[in-house]
Design a binder for this molecule. Structure first.
Ligand code: NAP
Ligand code: ZN
Length: 369
């Protein structure tokens, strides 16, 4: 038996926001949630404002989302949504603003506070008295697939890590995928995020929870990314390539919505939390050592779909596009493994993941030279 659930309406193509205004407007008053620059630099914010003003829909812009959003900032965003009377949310940006929007959508209608019924960390229970606000997503990076997943990954300083929440209503109602919005990505961000999408597809395909539907989508996503590996390396990504990478990233999101991720992600969160290494880059450092331990034809399927000859060649490719941005110590690795082994997605790993094994993967990935 397997199930397939993907409730988001996905609209793909150039100018899709301008050409489908009704799909953008899920209510009478919008809160636009975006990053400091991603909304503006991508051009998506201008398109959204044009459509809303044309339709005389009032809106408020919250452009304070930081990378790797922190949980208490999300509760503040929720308060803002209440204060400005927003009844729907438009998220514009990479995974950070999209994940932030999902949390803000919950806090907007479930007041969090010391005395209140709903406490800050209750968001992880996944069941809320009031349904989150309906949301639209406009991704400006091609990596997380958050526009089609129910997950929101938040930074928790008290646990020194990142943790995800999800619920049936934290899927976006509509996602607009326009490659024009990712053309402005700095090359290293485009590479990191493409590697994140690759990891979603690979971790989904090699996952204990893989199913015929997720397998089919995962291999197709990897084939699409495979067509653009040279352009990602050289930095010559044309508009067509941007659109295709955005679609492949959404396919990765659809896959992990069915399967979840694996230890690559849970171990990567520590690299992001403690060393500020971008999410996709962190996964890219770890994925080869994860794959090396899988005794199944599935590894060759993934590498073959990417159009790469061998797992060793895949490793070389990742090393070319993902520079080492800092050094690591054994002590750090021991500390991180203690946190990462407690993550939920450890159970989806295709082999028994122990703390000792995670230490070995961290060491081989990070302390090599
Ligand atoms: P991001 O943190 O959203 O953005 C990275 C950087 O790129 C930011 O500085 C951002 O600017 C900039 N940027 C974004 N779009 C741009 C554009 N079109 N032009 C120029 N600059 C642009 O990166 P991300 O990799 O997309 O998202 C990472 C987050 O997503 C992590 O928190 C990760 O845990 C989460 N994630 C979620 C899921 C899920 O299923 N929900 C899956 C994987 C990862 P601004 O600061 O101005 O925005
Ligand atoms: Zn990811």
């Amino acid at each position: 038996m397997f199930k397939f659930h993907m409730p988001t309406k996905v609209i793909v193509g150039e100018n899709c926001v301008l050409n489908n205004p009704k799909d953008l407007m899920l209510g009478k008053s919008a809160l636009i949630v975006t990053g400091k620059s991603s909304g503006k630099k991508s051009g998506a914010l201008d398109d959204v404002i044009f459509v809303l003003e044309n339709a005389k829909i009032p809106y408020h812009v919250y452009d304070k989302v930081e990378n790797n959003p922190e949980i208490s900032d999300m509760a503040q965003g929720g308060r803002l949504a209440r204060e400005c009377g927003a009844d729907f949310i438009i998220a514009i940006g990479g995974g950070s603003p999209m994940d932030a929007a999902k949390a803000i959508g919950v806090y907007a209608v479930n007041e969090s506070g010391e005395d209140g019924e709903f406490k800050l960390y209750d968001i992880f229970k996944g069941e809320y008295k009031n349904k989150p606000l309906p949301m639209v997503a406009i991704p400006t990076t091609a990596g997380t697939g958050s526009e089609v997943t129910p997950y929101s990954i938040l930074t928790l300083h008290n646990e020194k890590t990142k943790k995800s929440f999800s619920c049936v209503d934290s899927f976006f109602k509509v996602a607009f995928l326009d490659g024009r919005y990712t053309v402005s990505l700095p090359l290293q961000v485009a590479r990191n995020t493409a590697v994140d999408a690759m990891c979603h597809l690979i971790e989904g395909y090699t996952n204990k929870k893989a199913s015929p539907s997720s397998d089919y989508i995962a291999l197709e996503g990897l084939r699409i990314i495979g067509k653009h590996l040279d352009a990602l390396e050289s930095g010559s990504l044309a508009l067509d390539a941007c659109t295709e990478l955005l679609w492949a990233s959404a396919l990765g999101g659809i896959v992990i919505s069915q399967t979840g991720t694996t230890i690559v992600h849970s171990m990567g969160y520590e690299l992001t939390y403690f060393k500020d290494i971008p999410h996709g880059m962190a996964n890219g450092y770890l994925v080869y050592e994860y794959l090396k331990r899988i005794d199944s034809k599935r590894v060759a399927d993934c590498i073959g779909a990417l159009g790469i000859e061998s797992l060793e060649n895949f490793k070389e490719y990742l090393e070319k596009i993902l520079p080492r941005v800092c050094n690591f110590t054994e002590k750090e690795i021991l500390d991180w493994s203690e946190i990462s082994i407690k993550a939920r997605n450890v159970a989806s790993c295709p082999y028994q993941a122990t703390r000792e094994l995670e230490i070995e993967i961290y060491k081989n990935s990070l302390l090599k030279e």
